[in-house]
Design a protein around this ligand. Structure first.
Ligand SMILES: Cc1ncc(COP(=O)(O)O)c(C=O)c1O
Length: 393
């Protein structure tokens, strides 16, 4: 298989942005390819809503014409923060919420407000990889906690042992996990919460896929650990199908969240007033329920389609997910999944994500939240292309 990846691309994915800050492989891979690939199976959220569809959720766009395009409430209006606090079933009040530009800014600002150079922290791996990259830049002493195949479950016992041994400043978890699609149980969250209280470790959870669980609902870490010991990062990009609004948030103890707000003064100041207006309506509880169900239904339908296509003869070994809008799969016939993904893009115009962006060579991440009307065609194209690649391998 001739699939050499240009050095320039390798540098752009795996080099450094500035000294100490690794390139964000996953984000750059997507930015470089997603606007030109014909078959998109790379997104990790569900198919986005159109502006027109927003009216089905009570968003009256005619009201926008009267909206002043000012800075608005820099940490989010009381009403949007109140609605976000309701998602946590009373575990946090509106004063413990700050609205950010996507969960990406929520991760950045929480990390910068919680960690300083030399701090020891534990990090859930694999993960979206924003947090590990930023921790390297800040100069923290990061200890990875690897989820391993075949279960890919969060290594709870290792986490508890390391918390007792090092009393780390923070434990960064991405759950439901991207890219493994596994989700922790309430019992597992409770054990972590108990230990974090004993040793004084802050649990910083990126829960942007919370609400996409396919089998059993998973509570937020805040509902289990309480605000004294945990911060929750989430947003509207993935489960709610609204990534273009760039609305995320951090929820937790008021004092900690105020520090997050202080860091946000340096990054983006405020969320867009247009997005905040739409988000405040989308976050009404009836809409939250409907959109979570929309996401689950799309992913369930697509997973059935994928199962059917793979039953015809597999060229990938899938790990069927419990949550998220993506699936992790092993490529049994090649460990160079960057080259496989690059060839898929170059020769077939199909975009998936190489495992190398998650430090998982030999694996790929495939989206499962795309429009169900075209998903079957897309996965047929993917599997046929992979079959052709195996034949020439
Ligand atoms: C785990 C995780 N956190 C954060 C983000 C960033 O999301 P947002 O679009 O809300 O900034 C992503 C995007 O893929 C993600 O997978």
């Amino acid at each position: 298989m001739d699939c050499s990846v240009p050095d320039e691309l390798v540098n752009e994915l795996f080099g450094e942005v500035v000294e100490g800050l690794p390139c964000f492989c996953l984000e750059r891979w997507q930015s470089l390819h997603e606007t030109s690939a014909k078959v998109l199976l790379s997104d990790s959220g569900v198919h986005p809503l159109t502006v027109g569809e927003l009216s089905e959720y009570g968003v009256d766009l005619s009201k926008i014409s009267g909206l002043e395009v000012g800075y608005g409430w820099t940490k989010g209006s009381p009403s949007i923060r109140g609605r976000i606090s309701e998602l946590y079933g009373g575990a946090v009040g509106a004063e413990g919420v700050v609205v950010t530009n996507g969960s990406a800014e929520a991760n950045l600002t929480s990390l910068l407000s919680a960690v300083k150079p030399g701090d020891t922290v534990l990090v859930d791996m694999p993960n979206y990889m924003q947090i590990p990259g930023l921790l390297r830049w800040v100069g923290a002493r990061s200890i990875p906690l690897w989820r391993k195949p075949p279960s890919w479950r969060f290594p709870l016992e290792d986490a508890l042992d390391l918390m007792r041994k090092y009393r780390p400043k923070a434990l960064f978890v991405n759950d439901p996990n991207n890219p493994t699609g596994t989700a922790m149980s309430e019992a597992e969250l409770s054990e972590l919460a108990r230990e974090s209280e004993n040793v004084g470790t802050l649990l910083v959870f990126d829960e942007v896929y919370w609400g996409s669980e396919l089998h059993a609902d998973r509570p937020s870490i805040l509902e289990v650990a309480g605000v004294e010991h945990a911060l929750s990062v989430s947003g509207l990009s993935k489960v709610y199908g609204l990534p273009g609004l760039r609305i995320g948030w951090v929820a937790g103890d008021k004092r900690v969240v105020n520090r997050v707000w202080g860091v946000k003064d340096y990054t983006s100041i405020a969320p867009s007033v247009l997005s905040a207006y739409i988000a405040s309506i989308i976050l009404e509880s009836g809409n939250v329920k409907r959109l979570r169900e929309r996401a689950r239904s799309m992913v369930r339908t697509n997973l059935e389609v994928l199962k059917g296509v793979l039953a015809l003869g597999g060229v990938i070994d899938p790990y069927w997910p419990e949550a998220g809008a993506y699936l992790l799969a092993r490529i049994p016939w090649s460990n160079d999944t960057l080259a496989v993904s690059y060839k898929l893009f170059k020769e077939y115009s199909i975009l998936i994500n190489p495992g190398e962006c998650f430090e998982l060579p030999g694996y790929v991440r495939i989206g499962t939240g795309q429009n169900p009307a075209t998903y079957g065609k897309s996965v047929h194209a993917l599997i046929n292309a992979l079959k052709r690649m195996v034949e020439t391998h």
